[in-house]
Design a protein around this ligand. Structure first.
Ligand code: FAD
Length: 466
């Protein structure tokens, strides 16, 4: 019997696994997809929010501000790509200037450091490409940007290195109570456990409702994005928000840690939790709103559109509850869930009544080799680090092999992308994908037609031609 079973390996499941891996406990993570970070965690704005927006006293407010502080240390010790760039919330009228005053008040009540309101001239000095129509802006210097999937992967990898078992392609289908715990049925067999941590994102209501009398309901809400080429990545230096609306934080324009420009998201309630298709209507609305902030964005430099689905709920806060003995819900983790993740994980640990004996041999650091950081001497010692497979992002064969040798090896071409950035650039894998397919097929000793783009059923090649 496991002490702890975590259902779902997005940023929340990964952060919880990391936190529990510090203790002498048997921990397992069950993830229905073939990789970590396949839900909302891989498709969001990638902002570690400062915390000036959530209602004071809410879980969102407290855990966002704590999560932002905890992330700073994690980013350094786990080698997670991030930038401490800060953010501006733009006001376009005197009425919106009053909204900024309220955000300042909310932020101060939430304990956000360094907030201030800037004049139009000060803002334009910092960000010359911003619209001349602004009246002023709120500055939130503790806002950061991060690579969200690398954040989740880093936490999950350290958890695995410290003994946590991760089962991918393992979907939880039912849960039954047994003496001192639960029996979990999955597509890969049964797991007995003392505690369940429900971190199933958009499906966290299904997991809760399998067993608990108090039901919850997730209300999916889609957000669509543009990702622009690196020549647009310098349009802004900070994350540029507009004043929030009842629908959420609104459309932002921001640099990404990889040097691109991200523009989005929309916010539309949807029925399907699986359909992340883009729509002309959604993208048009994002484009119009973004041009209000930064009129000169060249949307011809768009290299990709994508969407993420928020796990909103009827409760306008995170649902962090213990509805049953041995069962913890980390449900309805909509934005700012990415920002709050490490604080949510610490809260989950505090909610279990187990003897928490710290490991004396916990390995708490992680380092990735990146071509850009290597010296010519280091490259000459391993020629794989001199063999470029992705020209847009300058990723080498050596980095792909490092990913394959890592604690959680990639199961697909996109899995390689999330670990190395190969395929993330201008040509979106047009150059490197065939090479990555070949490396994966050789590594896994299978036919290239078996290699997946992403999840199960996404084979790229259909048959041999000659
Ligand atoms: C458009 C958008 C923009 C956002 N922007 C930001 C932002 O800038 N900053 C911020 O802080 N937050 C942001 N968020 C919120 C943030 O992305 C989420 O709060 C966070 O990713 C939630 O993580 P999670 O682990 O709870 O969910 P997920 O990442 O969805 O992970 C849940 C996992 O559970 C698995 N699972 C589900 N059911 C089962 C089952 N039955 N068995 C096994 N596994 C299962 C799924 O496959 C998935 O991998 C945004 C969200 C969206 C959608």
């Amino acid at each position: 019997m496991f002490d702890i079973t975590i259902i779902g390996c997005g940023i929340i499941g990964a952060a919880v696994a990391y936190e529990f891996s510090k203790y002498e406990l048997s921990v397992v993570v069950l993830e229905k997809e073939n990789d970590v970070s396949m839900g909302a965690t891989k498709a969001n704005s990638a902002i570690i929010h400062a915390g000036f927006d959530p209602r004071p006293g809410s879980l969102m407010a407290r855990l966002n501000v704590q999560g932002n502080m905890l992330a700073r240390e994690l980013f350094d010790v786990l080698d997670i790509p991030h930038k401490k760039c800060g953010a501006l919330v733009l006001a376009f009228s005197q009425e919106e200037m009053q909204t900024l005053e309220k955000l300042l008040e909310t932020g101060e009540a939430n304990g956000v450091p360094g907030l201030s309101i800037l004049s139009k001239n000060d803002v334009l000095k910092l960000e010359p490409n911003i619209s001349d129509n602004i009246a002023g802006a709120l500055s939130a210097p503790t806002t950061m940007i991060v690579s969200p999937w690398e954040y989740a992967l880093a936490l999950a990898e350290v958890a695995v290195v410290n003994g946590v078992k991760l089962y991918t392609e393992t979907e939880v289908t039912n849960i039954q109570p047994v003496t001192n715990g639960y029996n979990i049925q999955t597509t890969k067999g049964e797991f007995a456990t003392r505690y369940i941590i429900n971190a199933a994102g958009l499906f966290s209501d299904d997991i809760n409702n399998m067993i608990n009398e108090t039901k919850i309901e997730i209300l999916p809400d889609i957000g669509e994005y543009f990702l622009l080429d690196k020549n647009e990545g310098t349009q802004v230096n900070q994350v540029i928000f507009q004043c929030p609306t009842p629908q959420g934080k609104g459309v932002l324009v921001a640099p990404t840690v990889h040097g691109n420009l991200i523009v989005g998201p929309s916010s539309v309630a949807v029925q399907s939790r699986n359909d992340t298709s883009n729509t002309q209507k959604g993208l048009d609305s994002v484009k119009t709103l973004a041009q209000k902030s930064v009129p000169g964005i060249d949307f011809r430099a768009n290299i990709r559109n994508f969407s993420g689905i928020r796990a909103k709920s009827t409760v306008k806060d995170f649902i962090i509850t213990k509805p049953n003995t041995g069962f913890v819900n980390l449900a309805g983790i909509a934005s700012p869930g990415l920002s709050a993740a490490p604080a949510i994980a610490k809260m989950a640990v505090d909610m279990v009544s187990l003897d928490l004996k710290p490991k004396t041999n916990f390995i708490g650091t992680r380092k990735r080799v990146r071509f850009h950081d290597l010296s010519p001497q280091e490259i000459s010692q391993n020629s794989a680090y001199g063999n470029i497979v992705c020209r847009c992002e300058t990723v080498t064969e050596g980095e792909v092999y490092d990913a394959l040798n890592s604690p959680i090896p990639p199961a697909s071409v996109d899995g390689v992308k999330r670990r190395t950035t190969a395929g993330l650039g201008r040509c979106q894998g047009g150059f490197c994908a065939p090479r990555i397919v070949e490396i994966l097929a050789n590594w896994y000793k299978c036919c290239p037609t078996k290699i997946l783009q992403e999840g199960v059923g996404t084979e790229i090649l259909t048959s041999e031609m000659k």
